[in-house]
Design a protein around this ligand. Sequence first.
Ligand code: PLP
Length: 810
Amino acid sequence: MAEYTKAQLTEMITGKLQRNFGRTVDEAAPPHMFKACALVLRDIMSRRQMATDNQVWEGQQRQVHYLSLEFLMGRSLEKNAYNLGLLGTLKDALEGLGFSASDLFELEPDAGLGNGGLGRLAACYLDSMTTLEIPATGYSICYELGIFKQKIIDGKQVELADNWLGLGDAWLIPKMDEAEEVRFGGKVEDCWDSEGHNHPEHTGYTTVLAIPRDMEIAGYQTRHTNVLRLWDAKSPVPVDMSLYSRGEYLKAVEQQAMAEVIAKVLYPDDNHYEGKSLRLKQQYFFVSATVQSIIRKHRAQYGTLRNFHEKHVIQINDTHPTLVIPELMRILLDVEGYSWEDAWHIVTQTVCYTNHTVLAEALERWPQSLIQTLLPRIWTILKEIASRYQRELEHRYGNDTGKIANMAIIWGGEVRMANLCICACQTVNGVSALHSEILKKDVFHDAYLARPEQFTNVTNGIDHRRWLSQINPRLDALIRDCTGGDAYLLHPEALQGLEKYRSDKTVLKKLADIKHDNKLRFASWVARESGVVLNTDAVFDVQVKRLHEYKRQLLNVLHIISLYHQLRDNPNMDFVPQTFLFGAKAAPGYHVAKEIIQLINSLSAQIDRDPVCKDKLQVVFLENYRVSLAEKLIPASEISEQISTAGKEASGTGNMKFMMNGALTIGTLDGANVEMHQQLGDENIFLFGLTAQEVVQRKQQGYHPMDYYQQDPVLKRVIDQLSAGFDDHVSYADLATRLLYGAGGSPADEYLLLADFQSYCQAHDRALRVYGDSKRWNQMSLTNIARSGIFAADRSIKEYAENIWHVPTR
Ligand SMILES: *Cc1c(COP(=O)(O)O)cnc(C)c1O
């Protein structure tokens, strides 16, 4: 596969330096060198992408369009070199030119075009779709500012702008000639022709230009290359100084600013709906440009849209791109002049929906007035879709108004995006077995009864080439040694082959050495970055993910406080040294989440200054959790905290990354943890807490956290400590109040931390006992890696391809 020698690559890089930056190697600073490398790989990929395009065209293949408002790509230089089979050659070439490859990789900013799991899933799926040679395109917005950078100042989160495009745009190819126009506002009037057809006329609108900035996506061991199309927003009106005298200059500037603000910034809310008009503009902007672009290419090839649904499938990642449904209808009706029935047939044969959450506060419900003023034609189409659906429901359910109200698309002045998806989509899938069952039994129960065959499951997966092979090269080498080469990279189920070494002392020792080495590396990186010295003799117990009450970082904190109390009471007790690592961004407007971050930092400082805890207990909050930090941390992790309230986490993918790197999970039976447990059995995972069913029952019976507080003296003391605070005198009394009494409309201990506290502490005790028996620990670790193959994104994408998209794979 290595199609380029070191000498060729060297020449290509120096050529780029010369032509693009007018510099010799000696004059090149690292950023120039980074860009030159990126451009060289980009050239290779875009040549292959054009060949892929031709094949798809000639074979008239069915294409997948993956629409997502988020793609959390992380870094690309090392990844692309890896997938192109050029990683070794590139490293050699760079050394030869006097540069360190790993320093250059570190220079690259993360493309943080996403919040967390949902955006990272989209990125992993792009890799798998390409590696499996599916003709697929991702679509999103080219946010100028990705997810904010987090600083911790005086224990508190401070948000800074993430300006990634300075270097990151080396990967992007702008295509001015493929720009699309997107229209906002104005008025729509019916306009009937002589044959009685309506051609609604849209006037007085504002136009925004959507300009593609394409990112090439290389697959692994294939020449197949796909594209992530990121739309940038520009005003079509140039700001013309000659307008100044006519008083239109300011109007032009205003319009330009209005247009360009659309692609300015990613909304930093994870699993939370914010009904902001700019967010709705982003959604329509990206969806309209995408549909127009797909249709333009389709028409050029086939000359008709009659076969559109045969040649395309549109996967919508959560409800954020739902407006693709009325937008496709609009073009088929208004531009093509199709009948409603014909248009609806094509749309409903094309669109598929993935649900990502059952949290009520995350379900999108747009005010109809907002849609009406911003998107008048889309609004009339939505009304028609909703009223036809309403008639269908009335026909089906007669006067069962409960069911009708539940399933309605427009209700109480709001447009419910999930119900629109269910009405229009071929399939509705959840992202883990448990989550998909909850959709059928609970959230969308009526819709499920009406069309059971529509509902399906595809359990999430991760790009194991990135999340194992690339980030943990020594483990990768051990796996190759044990399983007979690199077959597992294209056949993740081959990881199973590790299992026969369960009792092989040498392999277990190597596994332990690799983990320890990864801990040392990570610790030295943390020391360099922040000056914090991690205790590498302690077990690394890690919870990294977005900060959310349902993810229960606070439960983790309560347990650590109880350990601290134990040590205070009995400084000489037998104590397994533990280092608790946290990493989490809180949405800027999520006050409770920000308070929990501050609490972790208060506790960290308290423990750090108490000599009783020295070399035994440590808490560290890692600033600015992101893909490139996860890549360093996960190979060094020993305990993975996956402790959400059962029934709340749709799948989780962090859980899979840890499992694949040999960390053992302390977790609830939630999301994909359930399927991890199925693979592992009770003996290879530390489960605790209520099941999803028990959570529902407990709430129905009336849940009284005060009972646990009063009956468990350990728990009582922990909560009292929260109320009293620590030596820094910051008060966390309101967090204690939320647990015991509830506040601001939320019930007491909404996420059942107190109900699960004791069971959680016991799970830790069990884990530490095993940790003391290193043979058993290493065996469990090996088993986790060996059985993690099912959580490769390749498996997920094969399921989508076969059951949902009906496209072939390699
Ligand atoms: C994988 C990943 C996530 C998702 O983590 P969960 O534990 O599944 O919530 C979030 N952020 C980053 C940076 C990730 O890499």
